[in-house]
Design a protein around this ligand. Structure first.
Ligand code: DGL
Length: 275
């Protein structure tokens, strides 16, 4: 399939969480077009079965491919944990798990890494597997310890935009304490909704724990794919870029949060779609 440089990068999440990844991408690639799909009608994914999550993910990716994209980013950990493929229908696929794991391995000093995620992500053990595999590839055959906690209440709090609220702080404390007790020095925010609550999570973890937000990590990984020519780069002399946001249940809350999260980037338009 010939890929036009003007084709957008398709970014997919169950809701607004993936916008934290999109924000990092819009910043890193100022000339690229983006097409974001939030499957808000079927959110949350994190409490669903692996089979359902994989089916929804394939539907969303197929939908984006029909709209002509030059690369796909699964900006949802729950979906990424059920979709290890690096390619779908001839289009390259980037997920959040490997880039976030690489960043965590770089950050940890004591080899004790915590993962906060949805139930689906935690039960898939995707982070443990990838972290151990990458650590072995880097020659560290022993010593890495990974501790995971499911934090399902974070998703509705993020969708509400309760980013630094006393209730969020209390819930964050409850989820993060078990990881603090395991003496982790790095926590992967293993759900793209969680960076929206970063202030509360950092308060609960304490300043000495490094939080890993996969948005930045995904941007680095995509850069490598542009550099090696796997994804064609849109020239800097191109006309103004577009950031189009699609959702399966358009609401004023989605629009409001999208504008807030993406700032200073400005969405070009919103569209309701059925996938
Ligand atoms: N943003 C999704 C993730 O990264 C979680 C939200 C959901 O449960 O749908 O896993």
């Amino acid at each position: 399939m010939s890929l036009n440089t003007d084709f957008p990068i398709g970014v997919f999440d169950s809701g607004v969480g993936g916008l934290t990844v999109l924000k990092a991408l819009t910043h890193k690639f100022p000339h690229e077009n983006f097409l974001y799909l939030g499957d808000t009608a079927r959110l949350p994914y994190g409490s669903k079965s692996p089979q359902t999550i994989r089916k929804y993910t394939q539907q969303a990716l197929s939908f984006l491919i029909e709209r002509k994209v030059k690369a796909l980013v699964i900006a949802c950990n729950s979906a990424s944990s059920q979709f290890p493929e690096k390619e779908y229908r001839g289009i390259c696929v980037e997920t959040v798990i490997e880039p976030g794991s690489l960043m965590a391995l770089k950050a940890t000093q004591n080899n004790r890494i915590g993962v906060l995620g949805t139930r689906a992500t935690v039960q898939s053990h995707a982070y443990e597997k990838v972290l151990k595999q990458l650590s072995e590839e880097q020659g560290h055959t022993q010593g890495l310890e990974v501790f995971s906690e499911a934090a399902p209440l974070f998703v509705p709090l993020a969708e509400e935009g309760w980013s630094d609220d006393p209730i969020t702080n209390l819930i964050a404390f409850r989820y993060v304490q078990p990881l603090v007790q395991k003496q982790v020095d790095t926590i992967i925010l293993g759900c793209t909704h969680y960076p929206i609550l970063q202030a509360s999570i950092q308060k609960a973890a304490g300043a000495s724990i490094t939080l890993i937000d996969s948005g930045q990590a995904v941007a680095e990984s995509l850069q490598a794919k542009f550099d090696s020519g796997i994804i064609p780069l849109r020239p800097s002399t191109s006309s103004e870029r577009h950031i189009q946001l699609l959702s399966t249940d358009l609401s004023s809350q989605f629009e409001m949060l999208s504008r807030q999260i993406l700032a200073p980037a400005i969405p070009s338009g919103f569209e309701f779609v059925e996938i």
